[in-house]
Ligand binder design. Structure first.
Ligand SMILES: Nc1nc2c(c(=O)[nH]1)N[C@H]1C(S)=C(S)[C@@H](COP(=O)(O)O)O[C@H]1N2
Ligand SMILES: [Mo]
Length: 425
């Protein structure tokens, strides 16, 4: 059990650093090394604990090397404490000892509240997650070994670079005093495989990034501005580049301070992160933000772009079957097939399902919240016994239907249709 746990831990961490969005071995090293160290420690401890024939007794009844075990265990505890200290040193903010300021924050009511989620947006079907993803269940994708803990009272954001005629430095309080907007936005990771879990929907509160940029004198390229890329830099050194044109085209690009009614959780970028509806996270959603630099795509490649991912990456229209689960065995008769579909900033117009490659059937769509959010769907399947393949496809409001062509996540998001095989009894 313990060995399996270490495997999952190391593997999961590797996935976190390496698998998403890029499967680059170097990013998986820290957790791979951690897993190896853990395996070594367990091996040593297991050796100490093993029952061994006692040479003195000459028998086969076990005795165990208690002293050796205590020494090894003590060393292991000391080593892991050391690793913890080292880990905190690795934290770029150096803020481990700074008391969390998060608890004291009271987010003011937004000047522009999100409209209530329409009653029909959540189909409340068993096996289908809620329309709004609770913070504790929201996927997390980042390269941080140790989650940065930033003191919001000393946090500052700089806005500078090409075409910034009035460079700005703002504090967290400055942002709180500005006009806050609240919006529902579905975030997706480019490393999400077809049918994968790296997508979630939350109600965010923050300030309009375009307003701040205009105050800093920034003009989008279409209005003659010299910068076409805005590079967000986090305290842990991540760089995320977004098109200035997109950020300033009127969509609700945010510097987000709150998520689902509370200050951002540390895992999701406290105190401030960026969000741009319609763009994958690695080109829009910098967490633990501390710097915004206006530059060009020609002059600068952000972190994942240096690692073979595309500089620009709008979210592709996708859909997922959440129920029935793969290899489920529902009873013949009416079976609820349901899931989610997303095409942020375009919106979902249609979802269709088919069985065993037959004719496409139109699913019932849940009420639309906004075109920046995902949409639930369901289709009642008159299921007959036997093994069947369910397949889904979505069409966005631009009229494009999800392609059947399967491509992997690199360099700008997976395509293909999600399918699920079930055995109806
Ligand atoms: N500082 C920092 N911000 C980051 C990342 C990161 O590794 N470091 N990962 C990005 C990616 S790839 C995604 S998909 C989103 C995920 O945000 P979440 O963890 O809040 O879901 O954060 C983005 N912002
Ligand atoms: Mo991502």
């Amino acid at each position: 059990v313990v060995w399996g746990g270490v495997g999952v831990w190391g593997g999961g961490g590797g996935g976190g650093g390496g698998g998403r969005p890029a499967g680059r071995p170097p990013d998986a090293w820290p957790s791979a090394v951690g897993a190896l160290v853990a395996c070594g420690v367990l091996y040593l401890l297991a050796g100490r604990l093993a029952f061994r024939p006692s040479p003195a007794a000459g028998g086969t009844d076990g005795s165990f090397d208690r002293r050796g075990f205590v020494i090894a265990a003590t060393a292991a505890v000391a080593a892991s404490a050391g690793a913890g200290v080292l880990g905190r040193r690795l934290n770029a903010s150096g803020a481990a000892e700074i008391a969390a300021t998060r608890e004291d924050i009271v987010l003011p009511a937004p000047a522009s509240p999100a409209r209530p989620v329409p009653a029909g947006a959540d189909l409340r079907i068993r096996g289908l997650g809620p329309f709004t993803t609770p913070n504790k269940d929201f996927y997390r994708v980042d390269t941080a070994l140790v989650v940065p803990r930033i003191d919001a009272t000393s946090w500052r954001l700089k806005i500078h670079g090409k075409g910034v005629s009035r460079p700005l430095t703002v504090s967290f309080d400055d942002l709180l005093q500005r006009e806050l907007i609240e919006r529902d936005i579905t975030l997706t990771c480019v490393s999400n495989e077809v049918g994968g879990p790296y997508v979630g929907n939350a109600r965010w509160i923050g300030v309009r990034l375009a307003d701040l940029l205009r105050e800093a004198g920034v003009r989008p390229p279409s209005k003659g501005g010299p910068a076409d890329q805005i590079v967000a830099r986090s305290v842990d050194g991540m760089t995320i580049g977004s098109p200035v044109e997109t950020v300033m085209d009127g969509r609700d690009a945010l510097l987000a301070l709150g998520m689902n009614g509370e200050p951002l959780p540390f895992d999701h970028g406290f105190p401030v992160r960026m969000l741009v509806p319609g763009l994958y996270g690695y080109v829009s959603a910098c967490k633990w933000l501390q710097d915004l630099e206006l530059t060009t795509f020609a002059d600068y490649d952000a972190y994942w772009v240096k690692r073979s991912w595309s500089p620009r990456a709008p979210i592709k229209t996708q859909s997922r079957i959440d129920t029935p689960r793969p290899f489920a065995s529902p009873k013949a008769g009416a079976v609820q097939v349901a899931g989610v579909a997303w095409a942020q900033h375009r919106g979902i117009a249609r979802v269709e399902v088919r069985v065993d490659g037959g004719a496409w059937q139109t699913a019932r769509l849940a009420a639309e919240d906004t075109h920046d959010t995902w949409r639930q769907w369901m289709w009642e399947w008159p299921a007959t016994s036997g093994s069947h393949t369910l397949e889904v496809r979505a069409t966005d409001r631009d009229g494009s239907t999800q392609t059947d062509e399967r491509v992997g996540t690199v360099p700008n998001g997976a395509t293909g249709r999600h399918s699920v095989v079930v055995a109806v009894t």
